[in-house]
Design a protein around this ligand. Structure first.
Ligand SMILES: [Fe+2]
Length: 305
């Protein structure tokens, strides 16, 4: 399946994010909640042929991305799925330009697996520790904003290793319904600073920016967030502090909008960089039975979502 060019939405799309436009917001919230997935089963789509999806497969996945910014796929034949077919799969939704990082392979796809030594060893994704709530690339420069993300499970750990996911638009609604000023504080350009750092010999400049923003490419809501508390600076603003406390509380809650799922071999998550975390895990020692996840990060979100 091929998609048409990405929508460049404007006035009408943005109206519901205008804090002064209550009627547009209320109508959008109503549409958002209508037929929203209730469980991980509702997010699951079986896929037979990744490089060229059937119309039914494409439509089902696109509908989930448009509704919830997230879908979980299940390969009918996991042995036929590799890094190349995953790229072809994602490209059909408009995910085309991959971000790279110092730990990624030459094809810009990272193999997430525990490492005891080398440049990967100091990064949490390459350990068996838990990873707290975040969106990918919150430390990236604006021009390298991560709008899409794919995790494909080749093998999971026997104990732990599950994930939780939350659609950023649901978080936005939750916060705006409590206090619209929370949204204003979170959209402040000075809200979140990741200090300059040197990792694996590579200098990274400090990155300051908002938590919620309206993506100038798509007109859609973008979330830049990490729950980590070290090497991070929040602007000294009482409303921002209250908003962050509410985010922390909500992410730890049993909200029906937070999906919990442990990927099994051949399953994956395709999403518009939704909030996610990872539980700690215990794996078997044998190299062939270690947990292995392919991760691809894209500069695009899915077209027309
Ligand atoms: Fe992540």
């Amino acid at each position: 399946m091929q998609v048409s060019s990405p929508k460049i939405s404007q006035t009408t799309e943005l109206a519901h994010f205008d804090l002064n436009n209550e009627s547009a917001y209320t109508a959008w919230r109503q549409r958002k909640y209508r037929a929203y997935p209730q469980s991980t089963e509702d997010l699951l789509v079986s896929v037979s042929h990744f490089p060229n999806l059937t119309e039914g497969e494409y439509t089902a996945i696109h509908a989930l991305l448009a509704k919830a910014n997230l879908c979980v796929y299940q390969a009918k034949d996991p042995a036929r799925v590799d890094k190349s077919t995953i790229k072809q799969f994602a490209a059909q939704f408009g995910y085309k330009n991959l971000d790279t990082n110092i730990c990624a392979d030459k094809d810009s796809i990272s193999l997430l697996q525990t490492k005891d030594a080398g440049r990967h060893a100091s990064y949490i994704p390459y350990s068996n520790r838990k990873i707290s709530w975040h969106t990918d690339g919150y430390y990236n420069k604006p021009e390298n904003t991560i709008r899409g993300m794919l995790l494909h499970c080749v093998n999971n750990a026997p104990v732990g290793g599950g994930n939780q996911y939350l659609d950023p638009e649901i978080l936005y609604i939750h916060l705006r319904d409590i206090n619209p000023e929370f949204i204003r504080a979170l959209m402040d350009e000075k809200a979140l600073t990741i200090p300059a750092n040197k990792e694996a010999g590579v200098e990274r400049a400090a990155q300051t920016g908002p938590v919620f923003s309206l993506d100038n490419r798509s007109g859609c809501l973008h979330l830049r967030y990490t729950a980590r508390t070290r090497s991070i600076e929040w602007d000294d603003n009482p409303l921002l502090k209250q908003a962050l406390a509410e985010i922390t509380r909500y992410l730890a809650s049993d909200s029906a909008f937070i999906f919990t799922h442990k990927l099994t071999a051949g399953q994956g998550v395709l999403c518009n960089n939704v909030l996610h975390n990872r539980m700690a895990f215990e794996e078997q020692e044998a190299p062939e039975s270690k947990r292995l996840i392919y991760r691809a990060r894209y500069y695009e979100r899915a077209a027309n979502t």
